[in-house]
Design a protein around this ligand. Structure first.
Ligand SMILES: [Zn+2]
Length: 307
């Protein structure tokens, strides 16, 4: 069934391309930019500002690992001048769509190409062999900001000055974000820096800020947590006196609730410390709907619950 969907989507792409060979003449003369996750959409808002049209395929609370392109998405992709996606198999079900688009000559950019592979965390769960949750390393996000800025400048040189100026201002905000996060985290003693969540989205976060990160569901939500995992992890929580565990906005909370029940069945208590944004930002128009706001919210929630 999956194969058939891919074939249909592929056929739709190819036929749409056949009738629209040059999509560069966009509304208001602005560059038409299509993005996948809300993190990348937010980045493009910040760098492109009013100079570009940004269309994000995924909304808040959407899990990129499981996301499939709709026919409407395919139309948006075909009308794009450039497409930015995460890569490293983050959008596992869209890989074939992007590959087909590349064959047609459409400009597609995996933002993870900005990074040195040697800096990435390896992972057997993804076909890329790397953990794709790169936005939880602010240094990476800065490198990606510079990379995306460069791609926009190449495609739209008349607005190069705008992109550069926006990029510079945003890089300063990211530097300040990192300092603010470190200050908040410094309230938490080293032995309390244990983050237990539904899936392994936070490995880069852990590496950046000295947390031991344990995910219940493996690194992609495409794999389910087994009974064995729940038993082992509940023992770990009790042994390490972990006060709180966390649910995520883009992952069903039943696995974390099962973990809490398992700890309680052993006559110990662990609270659910809050809901973290992992693979999607909050609603558009809210503070958590931005990368900066999301990161501060997550860190404040984690620190307050584990203190
Ligand atoms: Zn994930």
């Amino acid at each position: 069934m999956k194969k058939i969907t891919y074939i249909i989507v592929g056929a739709v792409i190819l036929s749409l391309f056949a009738c629209k060979t040059d999509a560069k003449k966009t509304k208001n003369g602005k560059l038409n930019v299509v993005t996948t996750t809300t993190m990348i959409t937010d980045l493009l808002y910040n760098i492109g500002g009013d100079a570009i049209n940004v269309v994000g395929l995924m909304g808040s609370g959407v899990d990129p690992h499981l996301y499939k392109a709709s026919e409407g998405d395919v139309t948006k992709l075909v009308e794009a001048d450039i497409v930015f996606y995460g890569g490293l198999h983050l959008e596992g079900k869209l890989v074939e769509v992007f590959e087909k688009m590349e064959h047609t000559g459409k400009k597609t950019v995996a933002v993870s190409d900005a990074l040195d592979k040697k800096e990435l965390i390896g992972s057997e769960y993804f076909a890329s062999n790397y953990d794709p949750h790169i936005w939880f390393n602010v240094t990476f996000w800065k490198q990606i900001t510079a990379y995306v800025t460069n791609e926009l400048k190449k495609l739209d040189p008349k607005n190069a000055g705008v992109y550069e100026e926006n990029s510079k201002a945003y890089l300063e905000k990211l530097t300040k974000l990192d300092l603010d996060l470190r200050e908040t985290i410094s309230q938490l003693s080293k032995e309390k820096r244990i983050l237990v969540t539904a899936h392994d989205a936070f490995n880069y976060f852990g590496k950046s800020y000295g947390f031991n990160v344990v995910g219940l569901q493996g690194i992609s939500t495409a794999t389910e947590a087994g009974v064995q995992d729940v038993q082992e992890l509940s023992k770990f929580i009790i042994d390490n006196k972990v006060k709180a565990i966390f649910v995520e906005t883009s992952v069903p909370k039943r696995t974390i609730e099962a973990l809490q029940a398992s700890v309680q069945s052993k006559n110990h208590n662990v609270t659910i410390g809050g809901t973290l944004y992992s693979d999607a930002l909050g609603d558009k128009g809210t503070v958590e709907g931005t990368y900066l706001g999301m990161f501060k919210y997550n860190v404040t929630t984690i620190v307050n619950a584990l203190k």
